[in-house]
Design a protein around this ligand. Structure first.
Ligand code: SPV
Ligand code: MG
Length: 436
C-alpha cells in the first residue's frame, strides 16, 4: 500500500510554491489535501477569494492529489487522527511566528503512530499575501464586494463592523490588525454612520446630509478599500425614494442598508427619550422594508430593520412584536436592536427572547452605551453583527482639539508636533502605494 501524505492548504490562489509542496509530497506517496474550510480560514484571516467548493475542484485536478478532505479547524489533529498519514509535508516557513504552536501539535500527534513531518524550503519569490492583496483589488467589483457580507454571515460566528466616514478611516478599517494567539484579528466590515458622516461635516444627525452626499462618502471609501459596507440608511425616507435608493446602493456594491422605524424629524438614538423619538406605525414600516426587498435586483443585498422601541422607552415586549412584524410582513433580512442603557440588560433580554423565536435570523447590535461587554459575550447572547459605530470620530476629535490648544498656548507647533502628531513621513505611509 502506498504511503499516505497529508498536506493542509488554504490557498485559493495557487502559485508555484504550493505546487512545489504537492510535488514533494507526491514523491513520498499518495497526497491527501486537507483543505481549510471557509469557516476555518475566516477564523484567522479574511474570507477566501474563492468559496470551498471552487477551491476543492482546483485541488482535485492537481497531479498527485488523491483526495481533498475538509480541514475544519486550524489545528490538524482531528484530520491526522482520522487519516493517520505517514507524512505531513509543509513549507519551512512556520517554525516561528503564529503557526509554530500548530506545527508542534502536528509533530506530537504524528508521534502517536510514528508519522513524520517533512519540511521543504518555502518558495519565497512569490508571496501569497501580496498576490492575494492584488487579486483582492482586481476582484473588488460591486458584485463581489456586495456579496461578501452574506458570505461572512454564513461562515463566521459573528461579524465585527467599524465606523468608516471617509477614505482615511476606511483605510483604517481595511488595514488595522492585531495578532492574537494563532491568528490575526481585524474588522470584517465597515459602517457608514449617519452620526459620523453628519458630524464630520459639522451638521446635526437629522437626515440633513442627503443621500447624494452620503453616496459621495461611500464612493470615497469604496475607491480605496475592499471590505463590505453597511450603510446607516436612517429612516429610509419615503417609500418611493427608498425603493429607488436600494437599487443605487446595490449598483455601487454596498452589502446592506439598515433603516430604522422612526418617523418625523429623526433624532440620534443616543439622545434616548431626552429627544422626541416618534416611532412609525409598524405595518407602515414593514411596507417600506417590503418595498425595498421587492425592488432589489441582486440576491445578496440585505435590508435590516432597526427597531427603536427601547430607545423610545416602549420596552422589550413592543420591540419583540415589532421585530416579528418586520420579518414576517416586511421580509427583513435581519433585525437591529438598539439601546442606550448602560447595563446591557434589555439587550440581553431582547436577544434571549428573540432567539426563542428564531435561532437563525441575524441580529445586529450597536454597543456604544453598554461597551463593557466583549464581542464573544454579545455573540453568546445571540448577536451576529456587532457595530462599533463612532469610535474613530470620537478618538480623533479630542486629539485634534488638544493639538490646536497646544499651538495657541505655546505660540508655536513644536510641542504639539512632539505630543500629538505623527511625522509627515508617517502620514505619507498611511496611503498604500504612495512612492516615498
Ligand atoms: C449612527 O452611527 O449614526 C447610528 C448609531 O445610527 S447611533 O448613533 O447609536 O444611533
Ligand atoms: Mg444613524
Amino acid at each position: 500500500m502506498n504511503k499516505k501524505v497529508y498536506i493542509a492548504m488554504s490557498a485559493d490562489l495557487i502559485h508555484n510554491g504550493h505546487i512545489n509542496v504537492i510535488n514533494e509530497g507526491a514523491k513520498l506517496g499518495d497526497v491527501y489535501i486537507g483543505l481549510l474550510t471557509d469557516e476555518a480560514i475566516s477564523s484567522y484571516k479574511r474570507l477566501p477569494l474563492l468559496p470551498y467548493d471552487d477551491r476543492k475542484k482546483i485541488f482535485e485536478n492537481i497531479k498527485g492529489v488523491v483526495e481533498v478532505i475538509p480541514q475544519k479547524t486550524l489545528n490538524y489533529t482531528d484530520n491526522l487522527k482520522m487519516l493517520k498519514p505517514d507524512y505531513v509535508v509543509h513549507g519551512d516557513d512556520w517554525r516561528s511566528g503564529i503557526q509554530s504552536n500548530i506545527r508542534q501539535n502536528v509533530i506530537n500527534t504524528l508521534k502517536e503512530w510514528g508519522g513524520e513531518l517533512i519540511e521543504i524550503p518555502y518558495t519565497r519569490d512569490i508571496s501569497c499575501t501580496t498576490l492575494e492583496k492584488e487579486y483582492r483589488n482586481i476582484l473588488n467589483t460591486p458584485d463581489n464586494r456586495r456579496a461578501k457580507l452574506k458570505r461572512m454571515l454564513a461562515v463566521k460566528p459573528y461579524v465585527t463592523v467599524m465606523e468608516a466616514s471617509n477614505g482615511l478611516t476606511g483605510l483604517l478599517v481595511e488595514n488595522t490588525k492585531v495578532e492574537e494567539n494563532e491568528h490575526v484579528r481585524e474588522f470584517d466590515a465597515m459602517w457608514v454612520s449617519s452620526l459620523c458622516d453628519s458630524t464630520f461635516k459639522g451638521k446635526p444627525d437629522i437626515e440633513l446630509v442627503d443621500l447624494t452626499s452620503r453616496i459621495r462618502t461611500i464612493e470615497e471609501i469604496m475607491e480605496v478599500t475592499t471590505k463590505p459596507i453597511i450603510l446607516d440608511g436612517d429612516t429610509g425616507g419615503r417609500i418611493e425614494h427608498f425603493t429607488y435608493n436600494v437599487r443605487t446602493l446595490e449598483r455601487l456594491g454596498v452589502s446592506a442598508v439598515i433603516i430604522e422605524d422612526k418617523t418625523g424629524l429623526k433624532q440620534n438614538s443616543l439622545f434616548g427619550t431626552d429627544a422626541k423619538q416618534v416611532l412609525d406605525d409598524p405595518y407602515e414600516f414593514a411596507k417600506k422594508i417590503k418595498a425595498g426587498k421587492t425592488a432589489q435586483i441582486t440576491k445578496d443585498f440585505l435590508i435590516f430593520a432597526r427597531c427603536e422601541s427601547l430607545i423610545a422607552g416602549h420596552g422589550i415586549e413592543e420591540a419583540l412584536k415589532r421585530a416579528q412584524i418586520y420579518i414576517e410582513v416586511g421580509g427583513a433580512d435581519g433585525i437591529v436592536i438598539h439601546s442606550k442603557e448602560k447595563d446591557g440588560a434589555e439587550i440581553k433580554e431582547f436577544l434571549r427572547r428573540f432567539r426563542e423565536y428564531s435561532t437563525t435570523i441575524p441580529v445586529v447590535v450597536i454597543p456604544t452605551s453598554y461597551n463593557q461587554f466583549k464581542d464573544e459575550e454579545l455573540h453568546a447572547w445571540g448577536a451576529n453583527i456587532i457595530i462599533y459605530a463612532n469610535h474613530f470620530l470620537r478618538s480623533a476629535y479630542p486629539a485634534m482639539k488638544k493639538c490646536g490648544e497646544s499651538i495657541l498656548k505655546n505660540h508655536r507647533s513644536k510641542e504639539a508636533s512632539e505630543e500629538y502628531c505623527i511625522s509627515i513621513k508617517e502620514v505619507l505611509s498611511l496611503i498604500p502605494g504612495t512612492k516615498q
